[in-house]
Write a protein that binds this ligand. Sequence first.
Ligand code: ADP
Ligand code: MG
Length: 273
Amino acid sequence: AEEEPVQSGDSSRASVILPARGGEVTIHGVSKSYGQLKVLSDVTLTVPAGSVTTIIGQSGSGKSTLLRSINHLERVDDGFIAIDGELIGYRQNGETLYELKEKDILKRRVEVGMVFQSFNLFPHLTVLENIVEAPVTVRGIPGDRAKAEARELLVRVGLSDKADAYPRQLSGGQQQRVAIARALALKPKVLLFDEPTSALDPELVGEVLDVIKELARSGTTLLIVTHEIGFAREVSDLVVFMEQGRILETGTPEKVLGRPEHPRTAEFLAKVL
Ligand code: ADP
Ligand code: MG
């Protein structure tokens, strides 16, 4: 049987379990094009610290581009994205008003963890090595401490017996839970999930969603792109519907998923539900 996830009330584990404080995400007037294709159009959204926001919308609507922009993997053409009020850059009408240097952007990227559809674990490293790699090399955390914290994270995602396994020896659901532990090891202020269960066999989806639900209760700011509408309804403070690079509707799950105002939201939900 798998171990119970650690409760966030257990203060003996607070160093690992509690998220970094803060984690408010401000997205203001963000636009982004690839050549002639406008992928994000004037996107504005505030994600309060400690809240859970899910982003829904058809394939190609710009959801992944928005997440990558929050993680500073994409440079936006217009507008700004700030974490706890701190900007990476700010452009207006194509003019750069403010921009951090590349090495400072790299430092700030650590504040935002990302979990992808395709786990992306290092195949030649064990589970434990996958988790400690970034804390040791990026954060400069001593190896022994990083390993102790990694073992606590493995308890939290229900994989304490898999520390020495290699990714190929794990199911997709287990690999994705390792990827979540690896993202948490950097103690991000914000955690982004890009369709975290889309590559999984249906019977493995639930175990990954359960880990994300536990994170949602622990107060980490989460932004989740998902097609799992039932999960979105259960876990979200805010649901965002995107189409063609625009936010068409934002609100509580009861409103956006239950009583959508925009006809396009209703059409989308009729297709995926
Ligand atoms: P979603 O995640 O909602 O499916 P994406 O953000 O991945 O949408 O993509 C939005 C649009 O941008 C799509 O039309 C996609 O083909 C295009 N796109 C994404 N990344 C690139 C890129 N690096 N170069 C060119 N076009 C891209
Ligand atoms: Mg996508």
